[in-house]
Design a protein around this ligand. Structure first.
Ligand SMILES: Nc1ncnc2c1ncn2[C@@H]1O[C@H](COP(=O)(O)OP(=O)(O)OP(=O)(O)O)[C@@H](O)[C@H]1O
Length: 617
């Protein structure tokens, strides 16, 4: 191999190991005591094999010596123990037994400690992952490349603690190896070298295929995510209705099958090549072992070694061969698994772009002037078209503003910009004269309550489904009931068999599903739970019947008096209740005014209103 290739090869492997110290730190932090116990156990276990083998040699030599001595048979136990030679032999055997039992016990204990440590670390890493994912920007979530990274990281949180066990195991084997090497060096040092040399090609081979395996897994993340998605669609409560009625099952299973076969084909060819090469190199190692064995046998026959020496050497070589092979495999396995650490730790390195400033401005209490858009333009990452552009308007304090416009006009985008789920690409948004990024992100979001059209139906209890609006108050039953009362969800919840404690959704035991409109009433209760200064309802009422929507908004209008609110609805009977209406078209404000003013203007609003009214006549 040319030297440049060798250097790249080494760099790649060394690079793969760079996250190992961080992993060690995290595992240690997750359970310092278990970490220390695991280390100590391994150190003791490392020294046991050579001690046992040496004892076996002493036993054999003692037996051979006894063979030469004349004695009357059979002998009783007392006569055995009275004979100093035989008593020593019995002592050696008892010691060997003791060590064997200790080996078993320490082995079990080690597995237990490692297992507990892996579980604790797995939990700690999952918590970190959840916390970090929650801090990321929405844009980072929506980007498919980032979703691939998240998926890779998610696969890594569990199971990586095994890596620690492997590293510890490698250390343990090193100590054992050193102890054997010391014992053997006295007899035949160069034979050890022979064994090592014969096993190196097998090691390099493993490293090579590990790397290829990782590359394949990395490249196949998008397909794997797709496969997971198909599996989910084919077997989920959420999709079951449409899968049945549209007869999608055949289509889904076919797609799954095709993708799974493709992944399998790639994997299979790698596995076959790996097995073929691995088998060849393993044979080389075996050959070296038997060569060493032949040398020892020959020298024993020649009278240079005793029978005990022969047993010790043959045993040592056999153990050594297994040991070196294990160690080489462990090194390559560690290097290969450490590559996957990259997936985990590089995920933690993704930094959200939408953050709080270091010195946030104090939030105005209450909001005096309102929220002003100044020539705001926004384009979704990767999108060619502007979602909104040259947008200027003010949501005044205490005002109820309605946004109307056709699908895709930019209404939801405005809400996302107000709540800093995204930041504008052009222009700025001011709250009481200061740009939004001047305020602490959490403080800002705490003052705004938003219910989106695609609000989440949590598979939690009815009470918790309301409480998510202000999760810190989840134990405050009176507050939850009051919020539910305001949004008309109270009536829905009281009719449930378990009332507020009723689990909702079909995912878990005893869960009950609600109608679309009933879910919406519960979702709207979250906004009241929040008691925010700015309330935004982004079409969460589409599934309500006309009477309910009217009632919900009438109450909303009354209950939010003195607070700012944004209403998004396609129903003009609702929209007309607003203090001011913005008509949007292709991301711009086309018209603005009260219902009466816009009617009088005879523009787009009047046209759309007339269209809807005609439908009812
Ligand atoms: N996450 C996204 N990534 C890329 N483009 C998006 C994304 N969300 C919305 N868009 C695009 O931005 C534009 C404005 O969308 P927006 O959701 O704000 O419309 P809307 O007025 O709320 O529509 P609707 O009445 O259908 O809810 C649309 O052209 C839409 O295709």
């Amino acid at each position: 191999m040319p030297s440049r290739l060798v250097r790249t090869w080494i760099r790649e492997r060394a690079g793969a190991l760079r996250y190992l110290p961080a992993l060690f730190r995290q595992v240690h932090a997750a359970s310092p005591r278990l970490f220390a116990a695991s280390l100590a156990l391994r150190l003791v276990r490392a020294c046991l094999p050579v001690a046992m083998l040496y004892l076996a040699k002493l036993i054999l030599d003692a037996i051979v010596a006894e063979h030469g001595r004349p004695r009357t048979t059979p002998m009783g136990l007392e006569a055995w123990l009275a004979d100093p030679h035989l008593a020593r032999l019995a002592g050696l055997v008892a010691l060997e037994l003791g060590l064997a039992v200790l080996t078993d016990i320490l082995g079990r204990l080690g597995t237990l400690v490692d297992g507990l440590m892996a579980d604790l670390y797995g939990n700690a890493a999952t918590l970190r992952l959840m916390r970090h994912a929650a801090a990321l920007d929405l844009a980072q979530f929506e980007d498919s490349a980032q979703q691939d990274r998240l998926e890779r990281a998610r696969r890594q949180v569990t199971g990586r603690a095994n890596l620690i066990a492997q590293v510890f195991g490698l250390g343990q084997n090193c100590v054992t190896l050193a102890s054997f090497a010391v014992g053997l060096a006295a007899f035949t040092p160069w034979l050890i070298l022979l064994l090592v040399a014969a096993l190196v090609p097998a090691f390099l081979n493993e490293m090579h295929f590990n790397r290829q395996g990782y590359r394949l897994a990395w490249q196949r993340t998008p397909e794997r995510r797709r496969i997971d998605y198909l599996r989910y669609l084919g077997a989920s409560v959420e999709a079951a209705k449409e899968v049945k009625l549209f007869g999608l099952n055949g289509y889904l299973t076919e797609r799954f099958d095709a993708l799974a076969r493709k992944l399998l084909a790639d994997n299979r060819s790698l596995m076959i090549r790996r097995a073929a090469w691995g088998g060849g190199f393993a044979a080389l190692g075996t050959l070296a072992y038997y060569l060493a064995y032949a040398v020892i046998v020959w020298r024993t026959v020649a009278g240079q070694f005793s029978i005990g020496d022969l047993a010790f050497l043959a045993g040592s070589f056999q153990r050594l061969r297994g040991l070196i092979e294990d160690m080489l495999l462990a090194v390559s396995l560690i290097a290969s698994q450490a590559q996957y650490l990259d997936d985990l730790f590089s995920f933690f390195e993704i930094r959200p772009l939408i953050r709080s400033p270091e010195h946030p401005a104090p939030m105005p209490e209450p909001i005096r002037h309102g929220l002003a858009f100044e020539d705001v333009g926004f384009r979704y990452p990767g999108a060619a078209a502007w979602a909104v552009r040259h947008l200027s308007f003010t949501l005044r304090a205490g005002e109820v503003l309605a946004l109307v416009g056709e699908n895709g006009a930019g209404k939801t985008t405005i809400v996302k910009l107000m709540t800093r789920l995204y930041d504008p690409v052009e222009g700025r948004i001011l709250l009481d004269g200061r740009p939004l990024p001047a305020y602490d992100l959490d403080a800002l979001r705490a003052r705004i309550g938003v219910i989106f059209q695609d609000f989440v139906r949590f598979d939690l209890t009815a009470s918790e489904n309301v409480a998510v609006g202000r999760i810190a108050e989840r134990a405050d039953a009176a507050r939850i009931a009051e919020a539910a009362g305001r949004s008309l969800a109270d009536g829905v919840i009281r009719r449930l068999p378990q009332g507020y404690d009723q689990p909702l959704g079909k995912r878990f035991e005893d869960g009950i599903d609600l109608s679309g409109g009933e879910w919406q009433k519960i979702a709207i209760a979250r906004a009241y739970m929040r008691e925010a200064d700015i309330l935004i309802l982004d079409e969460p009422t589409a599934a309500l019947d006309a009477r309910s929507e009217y009632a919900v908004f009438q109450r909303f209008r009354d209950l939010t008096r003195g607070r700012s609110a944004v209403l998004i609805s396609h129903r003009f009977s609702t929209v007309r209740m607003a203090d001011r209406i913005l008509v949007l078209e292709q991301g711009r404000v086309l018209e603005s005014g009260t219902h009466a003013e816009l009617q009088a203007l005879g523009g787009r609003y009047a046209e759309l209103f007339e269209l809807q009214a005609a439908g009812y006549r």
